[in-house]
Design a protein around this ligand. Sequence first.
Ligand code: KG4
Length: 337
Amino acid sequence: MGTIILGIESSCDDTSAAVLDDGKVLSNVIASQAVHLRYGGVVPELASRAHQQNIIPVVDKAIADAGITVDDIDAIAFTRGPGLMGSLLVGTSFAKGFALAKGIKMVDVNHLQAHVSAHFIVDDERPLPRFPFLCLLVSGGNSQILLVKDYTDMQIIGQTIDDAAGEAFDKCAKVMGLPYPGGPVIDKLAQEGNPLAFDFSKPNIKDYDYSFSGLKTSFLYTLRDRLKDDPDFIEKNKADLCASLQHTVIDILMKKLIKAAKDLKITEIALAGGVSANSGLRKAFDELHTKRGWTVFVPKFSYTTDNAAMVASAGYRKYQMGIFCDQAVAPYSRTVI
Ligand code: KG4
């Protein structure tokens, strides 16, 4: 047995615990919170309560699934932020109690660095990216291009100035009456539609920054105008609307990423975050390899949305570098890397 890290993720609406042995995943348990479904979005107060109920059973299962005992754990890594404060407090307080009870080190992890660290999980079938590389981090709350110089040294070179890519999917899905989260549903419906059926507006933003609020407005105006003449417009055109929206989001994301890669002369490119589950975006990444010869890193599906394996992976690297936190640590809801 090597260095055993227990990871805890509780930044939003998934309670997760994972065990890693020298960076290899032994277990990764995720309890999703169905309670938010009927509200069409995450309700912070309900999320905190569900984390409080889930955290002990989820950790117990992660330890059992890993085939280790509590005494084998060398350190506990937890998401310190950014995220929902009440949710983060549950994971942080659990980590403090656990570390104190077992007399082990605590490692605080930035949630965004954790998404990138999904690529540092040791897996015999997957090579690790070489530094420096670029990572497109796309989730429900973030859309960023990161220049990853080291396991902990990540520089944001571009980011959204308003909505995130996942938010654009979720909000457009909501106005079409689709369930939350909208991204996976749009992805599925888009398979049957024509990506060029509708022409939504694209932003003109400086450097490597993104904007998705204009696309969202353009989508809403299209629906409003067309619903006037045809009340069944959404129902009849769902697949085309989804395909065109997805096509536009991917186009916006990829153009800036390719520009950054060319400007910085970096051809190792990684994808991370919940939206990296999107089939169209994965295809666009495959094309970076097949058409341009770049080296691409796309995470396994299980490490795309919020999970503790990526937190433990970030924690393992910090542990190796001797970077720890103490019992006075407090979570943060917002931060830059
Ligand atoms: O990283 P993540 O789990 O956490 C948050 O940022 O909350 O990302 C969740 C986001 C949601 O916006 C969801 O709609 C989106 O990821 N998502 C997808 C797909 N699967 C999840 N977006 C597009 N296509 C998908 N297949």
